[in-house]
Design a protein around this ligand. Structure first.
Ligand code: SF4
Length: 266
């Protein structure tokens, strides 16, 4: 196929050639949750009231995984939480034992990460942790990600993984506090060995329910802090750091070339 007709590489495809999950539902309650929008609102696979409880897919846990032709992301449509830690650990062991390079993406609970570091130690050369850390301000985090770990817990989990010698990375997507993102990156830099990805909140109007005047003000703030002028200013301040990577939503604003193929993670 001609290059001009290739589908743009965006979302999880920027990071992985395949995604793996082991159940459905997530207790973290993020207001912008793309997984909920897809699995509940679009596909109707689970009732809205049931989304906040993780339900294990036993068959997915037992599945033997092939060697994928590139980096695999786990999980993609739920998170790793105390309730599903054993199942997540089993799936990760299976993926890694098949020889895969695995990207673990999470709003991390330190206890879960400590267990994964211990259980997956022998696979550490194949594993990259990427923790989603969207803001430092607890008021903002509580509003947007009400039941996910706070900033200090996520930073502590990052320090644990880094300290145990695993490759570490951060995803600031969606960027929830554009005014603080440069300072937050500086705070996290010493704990990151691989990359810090920065991306906008996509499809805000479609995915985020605006159910109060306070929420309307928050949505307006997010949109203001990720307008083209602010994105260019963030790029001006961070663009020289080789560890920073820009998601497709930001590359488009800056006129940077999109990823050439899925799963390159660059
Ligand atoms: S942690 Fe991920 S899957 Fe869970 S609610 Fe938040 S965005 Fe959705």
């Amino acid at each position: 196929m001609e290059d001009n007709f290739r589908k743009p590489v965006r979302g999880t495809a920027e990071w992985a050639v395949a995604t793996v999950d082991c159940g459905i539902g997530c207790p973290h309650g993020c207001r912008y949750c793309y997984a909920r929008a897809k699995l509940v609102d679009r596909l109707g696979l689970v009732a809205p009231a049931a989304w906040s409880t993780f339900r294990i897919d036993e068959e997915a846990v037992r599945r033997k995984h092939p060697l994928y032709p590139g980096q695999v992301m786990f999980p993609a449509h739920h998170d790793i939480v105390p309730e599903n830690l054993a199942a997540c650990c089993a799936v990760l062991s299976s993926l890694l034992a098949a020889g895969n390079r695995v990207l673990v993406v999470s709003k991390p609970h330190p206890d879960c990460i400590e267990t994964l570091c211990r259980e997956l130690w022998r696979f550490r050369e194949q594993l990259l942790f990427r923790f989603t850390i969207t803001a430092r301000d607890e008021r903002i985090l509580h509003l947007w990600e009400p039941r996910a770990p706070g900033y200090d817990e996520r930073r502590a989990a990052l320090a644990q993984a880094f300290g145990h010698g695993f490759a570490t990375s951060v995803s600031v997507e969606p960027m929830l506090d554009g005014g603080d993102v440069v300072a937050m990156v500086q705070d996290l830099l010493p704990l990151v060995s691989h990359s810090i990805w920065i991306g906008k909140m996509n499809r805000v109007g479609e995915r985020v329910s605006c159910d109060s005047p306070a929420m309307a003000r928050e949505i307006a703030r997010i949109e203001r802090q990720q307008d083209d002028a602010r994105i260019r200013e963030i790029y001006r301040q961070l663009g020289d750091l080789p560890i920073i990577r820009w998601k497709e939503s930001i590359k488009t604003v800056l006129g940077l070339a999109p990823a050439a193929a899925p799963g390159l993670d660059v």
